[in-house]
Design a protein around this ligand. Structure first.
Ligand code: MN
Length: 227
């Protein structure tokens, strides 16, 4: 163990269905990965090269509460499948990619849409809209040994019981193995890396007091109260 000059921060982690926690090293998030959502955000749904941004590992939060963030009045939900890696490397092939997956979880890529919009317009980075405190509510990871690889199935989020976003995992423009392969051409992936795999259409604003119920077939419901 190294000696640190200040107390070392805790290792960010996600709970798993088995009890032990999954340590998180990096969080890669893909933009516009469902055609209908790409259209609603003003993009071209034809397949072009994917793009990624990052959240901070300690933005992931399994508390079941989402504190409405400061400096925004337009905070949106984006329900997403989380892919957690148990190993990594560079130049991973699409055929080999799923061998690196430890498991899957339901998450919400919470977004300060007003600040993201200003950043886009100015050609600035997105962190201010995406990588803020507790911006990644997440449910327990379930291992591949329990749920297999999730290639299809319903993905939805209800707000106060009303369906806001719905789609099917099979509508992803870039599939999970393709995202892993692509990222590994640009970064060295490692155990503990997590990918948030994009959101179906229907993103919208939430308010304090709302309850978001995010669901993916096979993974159950992640219920989050906006406080
Ligand atoms: Mn997203």
């Amino acid at each position: 163990m190294a000696d640190f000059v200040i107390p070392a921060p805790a290792t960010p982690s996600i709970p798993t269905s088995g009890g032990a926690a999954f340590p998180v090293r990096r969080v890669y998030c893909i933009g516009r990965n469902y055609a209908a959502h790409t259209v609603e955000m003003g993009g071209d749904p034809n397949r072009e090269a994917p793009f990624f941004f990052q959240k901070n590992p300690n933005n992931l939060d399994a508390s079941g509460e989402f504190p409405y963030p400061p400096q925004s009045s337009d905070v949106h939900h984006e329900v997403e499948l989380v892919v957690a890696l148990k190993s990594g490397g560079t130049n991973i092939s699409v055929d080999d990619a799923l061998n690196h997956v430890w498991g899957y979880a339901v998450s919400l890529d919470m977004t300060r849409r007003d600040l993201q919009g200003e950043a886009k317009k100015a050609g600035r980075p997105w962190e201010i809209g995406k990588a803020f405190e507790r911006s990644g509510p997440v449910g327990p990871l379930k291992p591949v040994s329990e749920v297999g690889h999730l290639t299809e199935g319903r993905i939805e989020v209800k707000v106060n019981g009303v369906v806001r976003q719905e789609g099917d995992l099979n509508q992803m423009i870039w599939k999970v193995p393709e995202m892993i392969a692509y990222l590994s051409d640009y970064f060295e992936l490692q155990a503990g890396d997590v990918i948030m795999s994009g959101t179906p259409s229907g993103v919208g604003a939430i308010q304090r007091g709302d309850t978001m119920d995010a669901m993916i077939d096979g993974l159950g419901v992640l219920s989050v109260k906006v406080v």
